[in-house]
Design a protein around this ligand. Structure first.
Ligand SMILES: *Cc1c(COP(=O)(O)O)cnc(C)c1O
Length: 394
Protein backbone atom coordinates (compact mmCIF):
# COMPACT_ATOMS: atom_id res chain seq x y z
CA UNK A 1 0.00 0.00 0.00
CA UNK A 2 2.63 2.57 1.01
CA UNK A 3 4.64 1.67 -2.07
CA UNK A 4 1.58 2.37 -4.25
CA UNK A 5 0.90 5.61 -2.41
CA UNK A 6 4.49 6.69 -3.03
CA UNK A 7 4.28 5.79 -6.72
CA UNK A 8 0.98 7.61 -7.09
CA UNK A 9 2.27 10.72 -5.34
CA UNK A 10 5.39 10.71 -7.51
CA UNK A 11 3.88 10.01 -10.93
CA UNK A 12 0.14 10.80 -10.94
CA UNK A 13 -1.12 14.38 -11.16
CA UNK A 14 -2.80 15.34 -7.88
CA UNK A 15 -6.30 16.06 -9.23
CA UNK A 16 -8.01 13.83 -6.63
CA UNK A 17 -8.10 14.08 -2.84
CA UNK A 18 -7.69 10.33 -2.44
CA UNK A 19 -8.63 8.43 0.72
CA UNK A 20 -5.85 6.32 2.25
CA UNK A 21 -7.12 3.00 1.03
CA UNK A 22 -6.24 0.69 -1.83
CA UNK A 23 -8.93 -1.78 -2.85
CA UNK A 24 -7.64 -4.94 -4.42
CA UNK A 25 -10.73 -7.11 -4.87
CA UNK A 26 -14.49 -6.87 -5.01
CA UNK A 27 -17.53 -9.14 -5.02
CA UNK A 28 -20.99 -7.68 -5.68
CA UNK A 29 -21.37 -4.94 -3.02
CA UNK A 30 -18.28 -5.98 -1.07
CA UNK A 31 -14.78 -4.56 -1.40
CA UNK A 32 -11.52 -5.78 0.12
CA UNK A 33 -8.46 -3.61 0.69
CA UNK A 34 -4.75 -4.45 0.48
CA UNK A 35 -4.80 -5.40 4.19
CA UNK A 36 -7.66 -7.86 3.67
CA UNK A 37 -10.23 -5.65 5.41
CA UNK A 38 -13.80 -5.99 4.11
CA UNK A 39 -16.11 -3.07 3.29
CA UNK A 40 -19.71 -2.78 2.11
CA UNK A 41 -19.73 -0.55 -0.93
CA UNK A 42 -22.62 1.95 -0.94
CA UNK A 43 -20.91 4.00 -3.68
CA UNK A 44 -20.34 1.56 -6.59
CA UNK A 45 -17.46 3.61 -7.97
CA UNK A 46 -19.89 6.58 -8.19
CA UNK A 47 -22.87 4.72 -9.70
CA UNK A 48 -20.66 2.83 -12.16
CA UNK A 49 -20.63 -0.76 -10.85
CA UNK A 50 -24.38 -1.08 -11.32
CA UNK A 51 -24.33 -4.89 -11.32
CA UNK A 52 -21.72 -5.17 -8.56
CA UNK A 53 -18.01 -5.86 -8.52
CA UNK A 54 -16.65 -8.85 -10.42
CA UNK A 55 -20.04 -9.67 -11.91
CA UNK A 56 -19.56 -13.13 -13.39
CA UNK A 57 -21.90 -12.68 -16.36
CA UNK A 58 -20.26 -9.40 -17.39
CA UNK A 59 -16.77 -10.79 -16.86
CA UNK A 60 -17.49 -13.95 -18.84
CA UNK A 61 -18.99 -11.93 -21.71
CA UNK A 62 -15.99 -9.58 -21.79
CA UNK A 63 -13.43 -12.39 -21.61
CA UNK A 64 -15.14 -14.30 -24.39
CA UNK A 65 -15.27 -11.18 -26.56
CA UNK A 66 -11.70 -9.98 -26.05
CA UNK A 67 -10.26 -13.43 -26.63
CA UNK A 68 -11.59 -12.87 -30.18
CA UNK A 69 -11.30 -9.16 -30.89
CA UNK A 70 -11.24 -5.95 -28.84
CA UNK A 71 -11.05 -3.10 -31.30
CA UNK A 72 -11.25 -2.38 -35.00
CA UNK A 73 -12.30 1.35 -35.11
CA UNK A 74 -15.61 2.70 -36.30
CA UNK A 75 -14.61 2.41 -39.96
CA UNK A 76 -16.19 -1.07 -39.87
CA UNK A 77 -19.35 -2.65 -38.44
CA UNK A 78 -19.16 -3.69 -34.77
CA UNK A 79 -21.76 -6.31 -33.83
CA UNK A 80 -22.01 -5.64 -30.07
CA UNK A 81 -22.27 -1.87 -30.76
CA UNK A 82 -25.33 -2.38 -32.96
CA UNK A 83 -26.81 -4.78 -30.38
CA UNK A 84 -26.10 -2.44 -27.47
CA UNK A 85 -27.79 0.42 -29.35
CA UNK A 86 -30.87 -1.76 -29.94
CA UNK A 87 -31.05 -2.82 -26.27
CA UNK A 88 -30.62 0.75 -25.01
CA UNK A 89 -33.19 2.23 -27.39
CA UNK A 90 -35.71 -0.55 -26.70
CA UNK A 91 -35.29 -0.28 -22.92
CA UNK A 92 -35.72 3.52 -23.10
CA UNK A 93 -39.03 3.27 -24.92
CA UNK A 94 -37.99 6.22 -27.12
CA UNK A 95 -37.66 6.31 -30.91
CA UNK A 96 -33.97 7.23 -30.96
CA UNK A 97 -30.56 6.39 -32.37
CA UNK A 98 -27.28 6.17 -30.41
CA UNK A 99 -23.73 7.45 -30.72
CA UNK A 100 -21.09 5.77 -28.56
CA UNK A 101 -18.24 7.54 -26.77
CA UNK A 102 -16.19 6.80 -23.70
CA UNK A 103 -17.43 8.94 -20.83
CA UNK A 104 -20.22 11.11 -19.52
CA UNK A 105 -18.53 14.35 -20.48
CA UNK A 106 -18.00 13.06 -24.00
CA UNK A 107 -21.65 12.02 -24.23
CA UNK A 108 -22.66 15.54 -23.17
CA UNK A 109 -20.27 17.06 -25.70
CA UNK A 110 -22.10 15.01 -28.33
CA UNK A 111 -25.45 16.26 -27.02
CA UNK A 112 -24.29 19.87 -27.25
CA UNK A 113 -23.00 19.29 -30.79
CA UNK A 114 -26.40 17.84 -31.75
CA UNK A 115 -28.14 20.87 -30.24
CA UNK A 116 -25.82 23.33 -31.97
CA UNK A 117 -26.19 21.66 -35.35
CA UNK A 118 -29.97 21.53 -34.93
CA UNK A 119 -29.88 25.23 -33.96
CA UNK A 120 -27.77 26.09 -36.97
CA UNK A 121 -30.09 24.42 -39.45
CA UNK A 122 -33.52 24.81 -37.98
CA UNK A 123 -35.05 28.31 -37.86
CA UNK A 124 -34.43 31.77 -39.24
CA UNK A 125 -31.57 32.84 -36.99
CA UNK A 126 -28.67 30.70 -35.85
CA UNK A 127 -29.56 29.28 -32.46
CA UNK A 128 -26.67 28.31 -30.18
CA UNK A 129 -27.60 28.98 -26.54
CA UNK A 130 -27.88 26.08 -24.14
CA UNK A 131 -29.59 26.68 -20.81
CA UNK A 132 -28.46 24.59 -17.83
CA UNK A 133 -29.26 24.73 -14.11
CA UNK A 134 -27.38 26.12 -11.15
CA UNK A 135 -25.76 23.29 -9.11
CA UNK A 136 -25.71 21.06 -12.18
CA UNK A 137 -22.78 18.89 -13.17
CA UNK A 138 -22.12 17.95 -16.79
CA UNK A 139 -18.43 17.02 -16.95
CA UNK A 140 -14.82 18.14 -16.97
CA UNK A 141 -14.00 19.01 -20.57
CA UNK A 142 -13.78 22.72 -21.34
CA UNK A 143 -17.29 22.81 -22.81
CA UNK A 144 -18.97 20.61 -20.21
CA UNK A 145 -17.25 22.54 -17.41
CA UNK A 146 -18.81 25.65 -18.88
CA UNK A 147 -22.17 23.87 -19.18
CA UNK A 148 -21.90 23.05 -15.47
CA UNK A 149 -23.76 25.67 -13.45
CA UNK A 150 -21.21 26.02 -10.66
CA UNK A 151 -19.20 29.26 -10.74
CA UNK A 152 -16.41 27.73 -8.67
CA UNK A 153 -15.61 25.35 -11.53
CA UNK A 154 -15.03 28.21 -14.00
CA UNK A 155 -11.98 29.64 -12.25
CA UNK A 156 -8.98 28.99 -14.45
CA UNK A 157 -9.67 27.52 -17.80
CA UNK A 158 -11.10 30.32 -19.94
CA UNK A 159 -11.79 31.57 -22.47
CA UNK A 160 -14.73 29.17 -22.66
CA UNK A 161 -17.10 28.53 -25.55
CA UNK A 162 -19.93 31.09 -25.53
CA UNK A 163 -23.59 30.36 -25.24
CA UNK A 164 -24.18 28.79 -21.84
CA UNK A 165 -26.86 30.35 -19.68
CA UNK A 166 -27.74 29.24 -16.13
CA UNK A 167 -31.20 29.14 -14.64
CA UNK A 168 -31.53 29.45 -10.85
CA UNK A 169 -33.99 26.58 -10.86
CA UNK A 170 -36.27 24.58 -13.13
CA UNK A 171 -39.09 27.13 -12.87
CA UNK A 172 -36.85 29.90 -14.24
CA UNK A 173 -35.75 28.09 -17.39
CA UNK A 174 -38.66 29.17 -19.60
CA UNK A 175 -38.05 32.87 -18.93
CA UNK A 176 -34.47 32.52 -20.24
CA UNK A 177 -35.46 30.97 -23.57
CA UNK A 178 -34.93 33.46 -26.41
CA UNK A 179 -34.63 33.36 -30.20
CA UNK A 180 -31.03 32.08 -29.89
CA UNK A 181 -31.81 29.16 -27.57
CA UNK A 182 -31.33 25.73 -29.15
CA UNK A 183 -31.52 23.51 -26.07
CA UNK A 184 -32.04 23.08 -22.35
CA UNK A 185 -29.88 20.50 -20.59
CA UNK A 186 -30.89 19.15 -17.16
CA UNK A 187 -30.25 16.30 -14.76
CA UNK A 188 -33.60 15.08 -13.39
CA UNK A 189 -31.91 14.20 -10.13
CA UNK A 190 -28.85 16.39 -9.70
CA UNK A 191 -26.09 14.06 -8.56
CA UNK A 192 -22.89 15.94 -7.81
CA UNK A 193 -25.03 18.95 -6.87
CA UNK A 194 -26.39 17.05 -3.86
CA UNK A 195 -28.96 14.34 -4.80
CA UNK A 196 -31.58 16.90 -5.77
CA UNK A 197 -34.62 15.51 -7.63
CA UNK A 198 -36.38 18.13 -9.75
CA UNK A 199 -40.09 18.67 -9.22
CA UNK A 200 -41.99 16.33 -11.55
CA UNK A 201 -44.73 18.76 -12.53
CA UNK A 202 -42.25 21.56 -13.22
CA UNK A 203 -40.25 19.23 -15.46
CA UNK A 204 -43.34 18.13 -17.38
CA UNK A 205 -44.44 21.74 -17.79
CA UNK A 206 -41.01 22.74 -19.06
CA UNK A 207 -40.88 19.77 -21.47
CA UNK A 208 -44.23 20.82 -22.99
CA UNK A 209 -43.12 24.47 -23.24
CA UNK A 210 -39.87 23.50 -25.01
CA UNK A 211 -41.73 21.29 -27.50
CA UNK A 212 -43.97 24.22 -28.35
CA UNK A 213 -40.93 26.51 -28.82
CA UNK A 214 -39.02 23.90 -30.85
CA UNK A 215 -36.17 24.00 -28.31
CA UNK A 216 -34.47 20.68 -27.57
CA UNK A 217 -34.67 19.05 -24.15
CA UNK A 218 -31.42 17.27 -23.32
CA UNK A 219 -31.57 15.05 -20.25
CA UNK A 220 -28.17 14.24 -18.77
CA UNK A 221 -28.77 10.73 -17.44
CA UNK A 222 -25.10 9.96 -16.98
CA UNK A 223 -25.78 9.26 -13.30
CA UNK A 224 -29.56 8.69 -13.24
CA UNK A 225 -29.69 6.30 -16.19
CA UNK A 226 -29.56 2.48 -16.38
CA UNK A 227 -32.16 1.79 -13.67
CA UNK A 228 -30.45 3.94 -11.00
CA UNK A 229 -33.84 5.47 -10.09
CA UNK A 230 -35.74 2.19 -10.59
CA UNK A 231 -36.74 2.90 -14.21
CA UNK A 232 -34.35 2.42 -17.13
CA UNK A 233 -34.16 6.21 -17.42
CA UNK A 234 -35.19 8.87 -14.92
CA UNK A 235 -36.96 10.42 -17.94
CA UNK A 236 -39.28 7.38 -17.88
CA UNK A 237 -39.94 8.03 -14.21
CA UNK A 238 -40.74 11.69 -14.96
CA UNK A 239 -42.86 10.55 -17.91
CA UNK A 240 -41.37 13.01 -20.42
CA UNK A 241 -40.04 12.58 -23.95
CA UNK A 242 -36.63 14.21 -24.23
CA UNK A 243 -35.04 14.95 -27.61
CA UNK A 244 -31.59 13.93 -26.43
CA UNK A 245 -30.47 11.64 -23.59
CA UNK A 246 -26.92 11.00 -22.40
CA UNK A 247 -25.74 7.90 -20.54
CA UNK A 248 -22.45 6.67 -19.15
CA UNK A 249 -21.71 5.70 -15.54
CA UNK A 250 -23.77 2.56 -14.90
CA UNK A 251 -23.89 1.34 -18.48
CA UNK A 252 -20.61 -0.58 -18.77
CA UNK A 253 -20.48 -2.08 -15.27
CA UNK A 254 -17.04 -0.47 -14.86
CA UNK A 255 -15.87 -0.44 -18.47
CA UNK A 256 -15.64 3.14 -19.83
CA UNK A 257 -18.54 3.97 -22.12
CA UNK A 258 -20.75 6.95 -22.94
CA UNK A 259 -23.82 7.28 -25.13
CA UNK A 260 -25.72 10.16 -26.61
CA UNK A 261 -29.09 9.13 -28.03
CA UNK A 262 -31.57 11.30 -29.85
CA UNK A 263 -34.83 11.41 -31.74
CA UNK A 264 -33.03 13.60 -34.34
CA UNK A 265 -31.87 10.64 -36.35
CA UNK A 266 -30.73 12.73 -39.31
CA UNK A 267 -28.92 15.48 -37.41
CA UNK A 268 -25.41 14.13 -38.01
CA UNK A 269 -23.91 13.11 -41.35
CA UNK A 270 -20.77 11.01 -41.75
CA UNK A 271 -17.83 13.08 -40.50
CA UNK A 272 -19.81 15.36 -38.15
CA UNK A 273 -18.83 13.47 -35.03
CA UNK A 274 -16.68 10.51 -34.10
CA UNK A 275 -14.56 8.67 -31.57
CA UNK A 276 -11.64 6.30 -32.01
CA UNK A 277 -12.45 4.09 -29.04
CA UNK A 278 -16.18 4.77 -28.76
CA UNK A 279 -18.43 1.75 -29.01
CA UNK A 280 -15.67 -0.78 -29.42
CA UNK A 281 -16.15 -4.52 -28.88
CA UNK A 282 -15.04 -4.42 -25.25
CA UNK A 283 -17.24 -1.63 -23.93
CA UNK A 284 -20.37 -2.49 -25.89
CA UNK A 285 -20.14 -6.18 -24.97
CA UNK A 286 -20.08 -5.12 -21.33
CA UNK A 287 -23.04 -2.76 -21.92
CA UNK A 288 -25.12 -5.51 -23.60
CA UNK A 289 -24.63 -7.80 -20.62
CA UNK A 290 -25.31 -5.08 -18.03
CA UNK A 291 -28.55 -4.06 -19.75
CA UNK A 292 -29.63 -7.72 -20.10
CA UNK A 293 -29.00 -8.41 -16.40
CA UNK A 294 -30.87 -5.32 -15.25
CA UNK A 295 -33.75 -5.85 -17.70
CA UNK A 296 -34.17 -9.34 -16.25
CA UNK A 297 -34.04 -8.05 -12.66
CA UNK A 298 -36.58 -5.39 -13.59
CA UNK A 299 -38.96 -7.85 -15.20
CA UNK A 300 -38.75 -10.35 -12.33
CA UNK A 301 -39.49 -7.65 -9.76
CA UNK A 302 -36.14 -8.32 -8.07
CA UNK A 303 -34.90 -4.80 -8.79
CA UNK A 304 -37.86 -3.10 -7.11
CA UNK A 305 -37.55 -5.48 -4.16
CA UNK A 306 -33.91 -4.58 -3.74
CA UNK A 307 -34.72 -0.84 -3.97
CA UNK A 308 -37.60 -1.14 -1.47
CA UNK A 309 -35.44 -3.03 1.01
CA UNK A 310 -32.59 -0.55 0.76
CA UNK A 311 -35.02 2.34 1.14
CA UNK A 312 -36.65 0.88 4.25
CA UNK A 313 -33.24 0.34 5.88
CA UNK A 314 -32.20 3.89 4.94
CA UNK A 315 -35.42 5.17 6.52
CA UNK A 316 -34.64 3.31 9.79
CA UNK A 317 -31.08 4.65 9.76
CA UNK A 318 -32.38 8.18 9.18
CA UNK A 319 -34.96 7.83 11.97
CA UNK A 320 -32.25 6.70 14.39
CA UNK A 321 -30.02 9.70 13.69
CA UNK A 322 -32.28 12.70 13.31
CA UNK A 323 -29.85 14.66 15.47
CA UNK A 324 -27.39 14.52 12.54
CA UNK A 325 -29.60 14.28 9.43
CA UNK A 326 -32.27 16.78 8.41
CA UNK A 327 -33.95 14.96 5.52
CA UNK A 328 -33.91 11.89 3.32
CA UNK A 329 -33.59 12.60 -0.41
CA UNK A 330 -33.43 10.87 -3.78
CA UNK A 331 -35.20 8.36 -5.97
CA UNK A 332 -34.59 4.60 -6.13
CA UNK A 333 -30.93 3.70 -5.60
CA UNK A 334 -29.84 7.32 -6.02
CA UNK A 335 -30.43 8.47 -2.49
CA UNK A 336 -28.97 10.24 0.45
CA UNK A 337 -29.38 12.13 3.67
CA UNK A 338 -28.86 15.83 4.24
CA UNK A 339 -26.41 16.41 7.07
CA UNK A 340 -26.73 19.32 9.49
CA UNK A 341 -23.27 20.65 8.69
CA UNK A 342 -20.49 20.04 6.20
CA UNK A 343 -17.83 19.18 8.82
CA UNK A 344 -19.95 16.38 10.25
CA UNK A 345 -20.46 15.02 6.74
CA UNK A 346 -16.71 14.79 6.14
CA UNK A 347 -16.34 12.97 9.48
CA UNK A 348 -19.14 10.54 8.62
CA UNK A 349 -17.51 9.57 5.33
CA UNK A 350 -14.17 8.74 6.94
CA UNK A 351 -15.66 7.13 10.10
CA UNK A 352 -17.87 4.98 7.87
CA UNK A 353 -14.82 3.80 5.99
CA UNK A 354 -13.09 2.92 9.27
CA UNK A 355 -16.15 0.92 10.25
CA UNK A 356 -16.34 -0.82 6.87
CA UNK A 357 -18.85 1.13 4.75
CA UNK A 358 -18.02 3.15 1.65
CA UNK A 359 -20.25 6.21 1.21
CA UNK A 360 -20.02 9.45 -0.78
CA UNK A 361 -20.38 13.13 -0.29
CA UNK A 362 -22.45 15.21 -2.72
CA UNK A 363 -22.77 18.96 -2.82
CA UNK A 364 -21.94 20.63 0.47
CA UNK A 365 -24.10 18.73 2.90
CA UNK A 366 -25.40 15.48 1.43
CA UNK A 367 -24.38 11.96 2.34
CA UNK A 368 -24.89 10.14 -0.97
CA UNK A 369 -25.62 6.43 -1.38
CA UNK A 370 -25.40 4.74 -4.78
CA UNK A 371 -25.27 1.00 -4.07
CA UNK A 372 -25.02 -1.66 -6.74
CA UNK A 373 -28.52 -2.44 -8.03
CA UNK A 374 -27.70 -6.08 -7.29
CA UNK A 375 -26.92 -5.46 -3.60
CA UNK A 376 -28.24 -8.28 -1.39
CA UNK A 377 -30.25 -7.87 1.81
CA UNK A 378 -27.31 -9.22 3.79
CA UNK A 379 -24.97 -6.66 2.24
CA UNK A 380 -27.48 -3.87 2.86
CA UNK A 381 -27.84 -4.93 6.52
CA UNK A 382 -24.09 -5.17 7.02
CA UNK A 383 -23.53 -1.76 5.44
CA UNK A 384 -26.10 -0.02 7.64
CA UNK A 385 -24.66 -1.75 10.73
CA UNK A 386 -21.28 -0.24 9.85
CA UNK A 387 -22.90 3.15 9.24
CA UNK A 388 -24.65 2.97 12.63
CA UNK A 389 -21.35 2.24 14.32
CA UNK A 390 -19.81 5.20 12.49
CA UNK A 391 -22.60 7.54 13.60
CA UNK A 392 -22.46 6.29 17.20
CA UNK A 393 -18.72 6.95 17.37
CA UNK A 394 -18.90 10.54 16.09
C1 LIG B 1 -20.38 11.92 -13.71
C2 LIG B 1 -21.25 12.82 -14.49
C3 LIG B 1 -20.79 13.41 -15.68
C4 LIG B 1 -19.38 13.24 -16.19
O1 LIG B 1 -19.10 11.92 -16.52
P1 LIG B 1 -17.56 11.50 -16.81
O2 LIG B 1 -17.66 10.07 -17.22
O3 LIG B 1 -16.81 11.71 -15.54
O4 LIG B 1 -17.06 12.38 -17.89
C5 LIG B 1 -21.69 14.17 -16.41
N1 LIG B 1 -22.95 14.36 -15.98
C6 LIG B 1 -23.41 13.82 -14.84
C7 LIG B 1 -24.83 14.05 -14.43
C8 LIG B 1 -22.57 13.04 -14.05
O5 LIG B 1 -23.02 12.53 -12.90
Amino acid sequence: MSNIMDLDKKYVLPTYARADVEFVRGSNAKLFDSEGKKYIDFASGIAVCSVGHANKRVNDAICKQISNITHTSNLYYIAPQARAAQKIVEASGYDMKCFFGNSGAEANEGAIKIARKFGEKDGEVKRYKVITLQHSFHGRTITTVKATGQEKMHSYFGPYPDGFVYADDINHVASLVDEHTCAVMIELVQGEGGVQPLDRESVQKLAAFLKEKNVLLIVDEVQTGIYRTGKFLASNYYDIEPDVVTLAKGLGGGVPIGVVMTTLKEVFSAGDHGSTFGGNFLSTTAACEVVDILNEMNESGELQESIDYFDSELEKFYAAHKDVFTSKVGIGMMCGLRVRDADTLTKIVSKAREEGAIVLKAGRDTLRLLPALTITKEETDEGFKALNRALNSL
